[in-house]
Design a protein around this ligand. Structure first.
Ligand SMILES: *Cc1c(COP(=O)(O)O)cnc(C)c1O
Length: 241
């Protein structure tokens, strides 16, 4: 295959994948009693070359997510980002906060009081407010980042009182589950917390975003109340590290 035909077939694949995904998102949204436009699609772009990311952006993707600060900063100048939101979705180290604050529209992966304070400090330095999601490790798994349920309830209020950051919602990655019944219990647990906090209308917490669902489980996540799905490999193909 020539270079040109390789790129053209990748472009066609990405566009086809996006059509299928958008259709499934719309179906799941309607099934859960909402409108298709109530659920946002994020294209997760880790390890993906900017050429291919731009195919997705040119085809209408309005939100991208990267896991790593350096990778986001490196790719940014090459991307077609007009009207596109950028979120950090991977664990953020304290010493990298200064580099990413102001460079993304949201940090979805706030998983400790310490990092929340550091993001706030860096936001003050830049004279901005940073939107964040609190990440919950719903399966309490050793291998995953995110607040445990008890840490979350202990620290949420304290985080909400830090200036220069605004809590916009919750993010989670459930454990790998044997079946959808078990999977949905995890999603519903986080959805219930989201609704509870939203109804309390707490100061500095503007619960609007429930970020759950990836390539393997986004329909289930939407059926359980997710309004932002983060999809990588189903758009771009398997990741090559
Ligand atoms: C990689 C990643 C995704 C996307 O995973 P896929 O299974 O490829 O869709 C979503 N969320 C986070 C936090 C990720 O790191």
């Amino acid at each position: 295959m020539t270079e040109k035909s390789f790129l053209e077939s990748r472009k066609a694949d990405i566009e086809y994948n996006l059509d299928v995904i958008n259709e499934r998102i719309a179906e799941s949204a309607v099934k859960s009693g909402r409108n298709p436009q109530d659920v946002r699609l994020m294209a997760v772009t880790k390890t993906v070359d900017p050429i291919f990311i731009n195919y997705a952006l040119d085809y209408g993707v309005k939100l991208i997510g990267e896991n790593r600060v350096q990778e986001m900063l490196r790719k940014k100048p090459d991307l077609h980002l007009d009207g596109v939101d950028k979120h950090l979705i991977g664990h953020l180290q304290t010493n990298k906060a200064g580099q990413i604050v102001g460079e993304v529209d949201m940090i979805q992966s706030v998983d400790s009081l310490k990092i929340a304070k550091e993001i706030a400090k860096q936001s003050v330095k830049k004279g901005i407010t940073t939107d964040v999601l609190l990440e919950i490790n719903v399966g309490e798994e050793e291998s995953k980042t995110g607040f445990s349920m008890s840490e979350f309830f202990e620290t949420m209020h304290e985080i909400s009182e830090i200036g220069a950051i605004r809590i916009k919602g919750l993010m989670t990655i459930p454990p790998i589950c044997e079946n959808n019944t078990i999977l949905c219990k995890y999603f519903e647990k986080i959805h219930n917390i989201y609704v509870d906090i939203k109804e309390k209308k707490l100061d500095n917490i503007d619960m609007n975003i429930l970020s759950m669902g990836m390539s393997g489980d986004y329909c289930e996540a939407i059926l359980c109340g997710s309004n932002l799905v983060r999809i990588g490999s189903s758009i771009f193909g398997p990741r090559i590290y």
